[in-house]
Every structure is written in structure tokens, then in C-alpha cells.
Write a protein that binds this ligand. Structure first.
Ligand code: PHE
Length: 381
């Protein structure tokens, strides 16, 4: 009887040791949860793929070196479809169900804006790699959104870059501009281009809008053909400019096509936009060692050259993870302070943030020629 009692005590003691061991193991494993969000399906799916590939590569690299400040990174993916409504649903899912503390993305400004506006209410910090609308980080009264950042330049700059390129490099005097109703990025970029082109002495002779569902642009293109402007600014995404460019060429329009970063895609119809120029965040021909290195490791993993979306996703994820590392914490307010004070050598350029949570960075102007996208110029802020 005494023996039995003793062995029971031993068993209880052993059990206690095992259980307390388990408890220590679970409380010391620090994790941080991140959502990588972008359009993984729909007409702009190449955007989401690049953004995701870039962000996941950064996460993998940080995990391999022990995680930022020792936090192991877990991630979930979100498909915001380049659509405000789908994006709002994704935001609720990743914040409330997946309980992420940070969001990398999204890509299209019209999806990123509703995501920021929901995530901010829960102090979830967001860093977009490539959403360029000014409204992503600033509210309608001009206040900076505390938990929203981006790793790229903004449309007021991009519009100025392309207007300046038209006026100075192409010696353009007249321009046609088209825009898509309801798309914050396209509207903002069209307005900024018009403003800068006119301020520089140019004249906008056609300014027309269409809706997302349109595929036949003949009515607008008839006006462009009549006006015969020097340049034709089409600040849409790659799928639309491929259609508009092809129809414009068919109509005999010879104005030089111009656009913004939304043209960047392996699915851009280069024949349709032959001879055109667009601004972008990076170009793979850049000889800086950090770019050469980036292309090498991206190619080794994904077997293709990274586009601006992949580069933006990589830079955005690295910025957040470096800020967590610097803060030594995943507390949202501490990480916000760390991002605000960071100076980071990103692939797309050196990044420090202004008061509106935007980096001040140069843009690359690229040219579509002979089916290829070539480097043309760098424009500094
Ligand atoms: N800047 C675009 C937007 O805000 C997204 C984009 C970035 C698309 C880079 C292509 C390349 O909607």
C-alpha cells in the first residue's frame, strides 16, 4: 500500500514536470501574424501574384534568420480582386477571423483604401508596396492615417513625372486623357497629369471617361482621332490599355501613348502600346547591386524576372519586419513609431517616410519598343 502511494506520487510529480514543460514551450514561442493581400483572381491577377511572391520571399528570409525580434512569422493570403467590396470583406476576414496584426498590400488603390479604413479601427498596421493614390494614407480632411503606410511614390508625383516627360522629352503641346469612373487610382492619376501638363503650358484637348465594364472605346477614340493630340495619356491597368491601345492603332491614331505603373504586367499587350512610355517603381535593368541580387534570388525561386509588384511586395514586407525588429515588439503603436523613423535600403530605392507616411522616391520611365519594355529615364522628386 505504501509502495503504491509512493509510485502514485512519483507519477503525479512526473506529470507535473511534463505539463509545466509544455506550458513553457507554448508561452515562449513568439509569433506574429501577417496577411498578404492583393488581387489573386480577376482581370488584374498578375498584380496579386507578384505582390504575394515578393512578400512571401521576404517572410521566408526573415524566418530563416530567426524572425524579426525573435517572432516567428505566420501568414495568411487574402484575395481582394482589385475590387473595393471584395477588399472590405477580406479586411474583415483577416482582421477578425485570422487575427492578423499586420497587412502587406493591397495593390490597387481602390482595394487598399477600404482595407486601411477597416484595419485601422483595430490598430492593424498596413504597408502597401504599390498603391499610389494619395488617399491610401491621408483621409478626406487631410489627416495622416496613423496605421497606413506604403513603400512607393504617390500619384501626384507620378502624374507630374509623365506630364514633365511629355512636355520636356517629347516636346508635346497637346494631350488627350481618358479615365475610368469609380477607380481612385485612375481618376487621381488622370487629374494629376492634366494639372501638371497644363501648368507646364500644355493643353488637354480631350478629357473623357468610361466605365469598368466598357470594352468598346470607339466613341472616345473618334474624339481623340479628330483632335490628333501629341500624346494620349491612358492611366489604366494593363488589361484596359491593351484594349484601348489596340483600338487606337486600328483607328489610325498616332499620338504617343503614355501611362503609369498600372501598365506593368507580363500580360501587357506590347504590340497594342508599341512606342508608348509609362512610369514605374523599378526596372530590372537597374545595375545597383541590391537590384541585381534581388533579381537573382527571385528568379531562383519563381523562375521569372520580378515585376514592380513583386519588388513592392518584397520591399513592403521587409519594411514592416525591419520595423518590428527595430521596435523589439509587435505592439502596433511601437511599430508605427519604428516605421516613421526608419531609413531602409529597399530594392526600389532608399526609403524614409514623410509626414503623410509616403516615401520620397524617384520614378523610372520605361519605353515599350519592339515587344520589350526598356529603361528610358529616371525622374527624381
Ligand atoms: N499603383 C496602382 C494603384 O494604386 C497599382 C499598381 C502598382 C499597378 C504597380 C501596377 C504596378 O492602383
Amino acid at each position: 500500500m505504501k509502495r503504491r502511494f509512493l509510485s502514485l506520487i512519483v507519477v503525479v510529480l512526473l506529470l507535473g514536470i511534463v505539463l509545466s514543460g509544455c506550458k513553457t514551450a507554448t508561452t515562449t514561442a513568439k509569433t506574429v501574424k501577417i496577411a498578404v493581400v492583393g488581387p489573386l483572381t480577376g482581370a488584374q491577377a498578375t498584380f496579386g501574384e507578384g505582390n504575394k511572391n515578393g512578400a512571401l520571399l521576404a517572410i521566408e528570409e526573415w524566418n530563416a534568420k530567426g524572425g524579426p525580434a525573435g517572432y516567428k512569422i505566420e501568414y495568411v493570403l487574402g484575395d481582394s480582386q482589385c475590387d473595393p467590396k471584395a477588399a472590405a470583406d477580406v479586411a474583415k476576414k483577416v482582421v477578425d477571423e485570422d487575427k492578423v496584426q499586420f497587412i502587406i498590400g493591397a495593390v490597387c488603390s481602390s482595394e487598399t483604401i477600404p482595407i486601411v479604413d477597416y484595419a485601422s479601427t483595430k490598430k492593424v498596421v498596413l504597408m502597401s508596396g504599390t498603391s499610389t493614390s494619395a488617399k491610401v494614407t491621408v483621409d478626406d480632411s487631410g489627416n495622416t492615417k496613423k496605421y497606413a503606410f506604403r513603400a512607393c511614390f504617390i500619384d501626384p508625383f507620378q502624374g507630374k513625372v509623365m506630364a514633365g516627360f511629355a512636355l520636356n522629352n517629347l516636346k508635346a503641346k497637346t494631350a488627350a486623357v481618358v479615365l475610368e469612373v469609380g477607380n481612385d487610382y485612375i481618376i487621381g492619376l488622370a487629374e494629376e497629369f492634366k494639372k501638371a501638363f497644363e501648368a507646364g503650358g500644355g493643353k488637354v484637348v480631350v478629357y473623357e471617361s468610361f466605365v469598368k465594364e466598357d470594352t468598346d472605346f470607339s466613341a472616345i477614340l473618334a474624339k481623340v482621332k479628330d483632335a490628333n493630340p501629341d500624346v494620349f495619356f491612358v492611366p489604366t491597368y494593363y488589361d484596359k490599355v491593351s484594349l484601348i491601345g489596340a483600338q487606337a492603332k486600328q483607328k489610325g491614331i498616332t499620338s504617343v501613348l503614355l501611362g503609369g505603373d498600372g501598365w506593368d504586367s507580363a500580360d501587357l499587350d506590347t504590340a497594342a502600346v508599341e512606342g508608348g512610355f509609362f512610369s514605374n517603381h523599378y526596372h530590372p535593368g537597374d545595375s545597383r547591386p541590391i537590384v541585381v541580387d534581388w533579381i537573382k534570388k527571385y528568379q531562383a525561386k519563381y523562375n521569372k524576372v520580378p515585376d514592380a509588384l513583386a519588388t513592392g511586395g518584397y520591399d513592403a514586407a521587409n519594411l514592416v519586419l525591419a520595423a518590428i525588429d527595430k521596435a523589439g515588439s509587435i505592439d502596433p503603436d511601437a511599430v508605427v513609431t519604428a516605421i516613421e523613423g526608419i531609413s531602409y535600403d529597399a530594392v526600389s530605392g532608399k526609403i524614409t517616410f514623410d509626414a503623410q507616411h509616403n516615401p520620397i522616391k524617384a520614378a523610372a520611365v520605361l519605353k515599350v519598343q519592339g515587344g520589350q519594355v526598356l529603361y528610358e529615364a529616371t525622374v527624381n522628386p
